[in-house]
Write a protein that binds this ligand. Structure first.
Ligand code: ZN
Length: 280
């Protein structure tokens, strides 16, 4: 199943177009995309039995973030070997965790205003919880996943790395710094949910290209580790780390500029198109 947020309304994306979930369910489910995760198991049962056709055409430029208001946003650093190497860091023996404050979430076709500094891109698989998880073992972690989407962990490097103590969470939370989409895709839609090709192109040039099987800590291990400490709620999201190819690690460094277009793609999920502007 593929779920999108079309102009604020939760919809199932089919080959024929959109099925508006509130109207197709006779009001049994809310139109609010965030509310779906509180009743995710019920939604799966309803969707499996629903036989109605599409009710609206699919229009890409109406898409908003499939998870617009998670209570918690976790993000993972140094989770790909090649990215740790390009950052000059040793591989961690437990996940490196920070947050992106939820105010920075935006949709898959956003224009993001560049703050002063050095804004970088980080293509990431984004995991969305469909059930609460607390002290959940890795062997049961996927049972708590509603689906997967792709995102950018946009990062202003000067604030992120400013001495005396790095400010990862602030430097990664300017408005629009967490674009995600275009769709939330359930794990059964992937040939292998632990081996998903993902990457990004900047003005047409391939900058990142990897697969999630290269993660140091795969999705199930991240859920087990996070939930061993913090209760996770249905509707929470986890940015799972970025592979090599970020702008800061290039020679010369390549940070985002007004007028840039960043296309972020993941296998079986689709592509986001993020543009960058500078408002004086
Ligand atoms: Zn990141």
């Amino acid at each position: 199943m593929r779920i999108v947020n079309s102009a604020g309304r939760a919809s199932v994306l089919t080959d024929d177009g959109l099925v508006d979930i509130e109207s197709a369910s006779g009001g049994a489910f809310s139109a609010d995309p965030q509310a779906l995760f509180d009743r995710w198991d019920d939604l799966r049962v309803w969707a499996a039995a629903h036989r109605g056709g599409a009710t609206a055409p699919f229009e890409e430029d109406r898409l908003k973030a499939p998870v617009p208001r998670p209570r918690q946003v976790f993000a993972i650093g140094l989770n790909y070997r090649d990215h740790a190497a390009e950052s000059g860091m040793a591989l961690p023996d437990t996940p490196v965790v920070f947050t992106k404050f939820p105010a920075c979430i935006t949709g898959p076709c956003a224009a993001v205003d560049l703050p002063p500094g050095s804004v970088d891109f980080e293509t990431e698989l984004v995991v969305v919880l469909g059930r609460d998880a607390h002290r959940t073992p890795a062997s049961r972690a996927w049972e708590h996943v509603a689906g997967l989407t792709v995102g950018q962990d946009l990062s202003e490097r000067q604030l992120q790395l400013k001495p005396p103590v790095p400010q990862f969470s602030l430097g990664k939370s300017y408005p629009g710094f967490a674009p995600m989409g275009p769709a939330l895709v359930t794990p059964d839609e992937f040939p292998d949910r632990d081996d998903i090709v993902l990457g990004c192109r900047l003005n047409g040039e391939q900058m990142q290209n990897s697969r999630t099987s290269e993660m140091v800590f795969p999705v199930a291990d991240l859920i087990a580790y996070l939930s061993s400490i913090v209760p996770l709620y249905a509707g929470d999201v986890i940015f799972t780390g970025t592979p090599a190819g970020i702008g800061m690690a290039r020679d010369p460094a390549r940070f985002l500029r007004p007028g840039d277009e960043l296309v972020t793609t993941a296998e079986a999920i689709g592509s986001m198109r993020t543009t960058f502007v500078s408002t004086p």
